[in-house]
Design a protein around this ligand. Structure first.
Ligand code: AMP
Ligand code: ZN
Ligand code: FE
Ligand code: FE
Length: 286
């Protein structure tokens, strides 16, 4: 059975497969349409698009960006992202600057905690955009932790002792900027980012829809059955498309499989078709 995956990462950010290898794995998993959605960068898109064409896979150029909502980090997925847009390029450059500043601050905190890790050690774990998973890998390589998970739990996660929040654009600014540039914007893994009741979700989604939000990622590898149901309800009530993605990162998150959203279920083609329909209704090209 054909499947889709609308949320994946490559070595252009913090995944462990190059864009080319990722597409080969996508083909092996019998996925017929997929989006590459690296954090804050579009640098893997050309290679992925080229390989997808060779392997006869429908490719959607995407990107995942972090934004702030009342002190919570939330993520947006932008699809059919116009890589040639200068506004978009400077928006992403700014995000990478915020990221770099924060990376420096986290490494300094780790050093204060007594770990002998430098930015060079962290960069050695990365081939694209550097992030916390590379710091986790550096700590693991040096034997300070047993796993990436442990590094996040003790040091790098929100409750970790070396955690630093990074400067972010607001949720509203992020949605508005991406929409204005012609991307189709979806709220990524809503329940992973924010624990809110249905009434609060409806209030927030109503506002985001007015700014041009198209969908929410209900089927995500972190979502429980209850959370998928909540997402399906709030998508319907706010006339938003329910989408899905695995958030595949390769070896750094070994439990996540390509093409599998929540509850061990394959992500099906209608998830993408609904999003394509919405985009056509908005008069935007596929
Ligand atoms: P950054 O982009 O530097 O903020 O790092 C974000 C990345 O770290 C994303 O890929 C997250 O999924 C990943 N991440 C966040 N928390 C954890 C965790 N507890 N275990 C493993 N990876 C995590
Ligand atoms: Zn990531
Ligand atoms: Fe995310
Ligand atoms: Fe992601």
């Amino acid at each position: 059975m054909a499947g889709v995956d609308l949320h994946t990462h490559s070595t252009a950010s913090d995944g462990t497969d190059s864009p080319e290898n990722l597409v080969k794995l996508v083909a092996k998993a019998k996925i017929t349409s997929f989006a590459l959605t690296d954090h804050d960068t579009t640098s893997g898109l050309l290679e992925a698009e080229r390989t997808a064409k060779q392997l006869d896979i429908n490719f959607i150029p995407g990107c995942e960006v972090a934004v702030d909502y009342n002190g919570n980090e939330m993520h947006l997925l932008a699809y059919w992202i116009p890589v040639q847009s200068l506004t978009l390029a400077s928006f992403l450059t700014k995000l990478r600057d915020f990221r770099q500043k924060r990376n420096q601050e986290i490494v300094e905190k780790l050093q204060t905690l007594g770990f002998k890790v430098s930015m060079e050690d962290v960069e050695a774990e990365a081939s694209g955009n550097v992030g916390r998973p590379h710091m986790a890998l550096a700590l693991k390589s040096k034997g300070y932790v047993q796993s990436v998970q442990e590094a996040f739990a003790l040091y790098l996660g929100k409750r970790g002792t070396a955690y630093v929040a990074r400067e972010l654009y607001s949720l509203e600014q992020g949605v508005a900027t991406l929409v204005k540039e012609g991307a189709t914007v979806v709220l990524a893994h809503p329940c992973l980012s924010l624990n809110a009741d249905k009434a609060s979700w409806n209030a927030l989604l109503g506002r985001l829809r007015a700014l041009g939000l198209s969908g929410i990622e209900g089927y995500h590898s972190s979502h429980t059955q209850e959370q998928v149901r909540l997402c399906a309800d709030i998508a319907k009530e706010n006339n938003l498309v329910l989408t899905g993605g695995s958030d595949y990162h390769g070896l750094v998150k070994p439990n996540i499989q390509l093409g599998i959203g929540s509850l061990n279920m394959r992500l099906q083609e209608y998830l993408l078709q609904d999003l394509q329909k919405k985009r056509l209704e908005q008069g935007l090209p596929l």
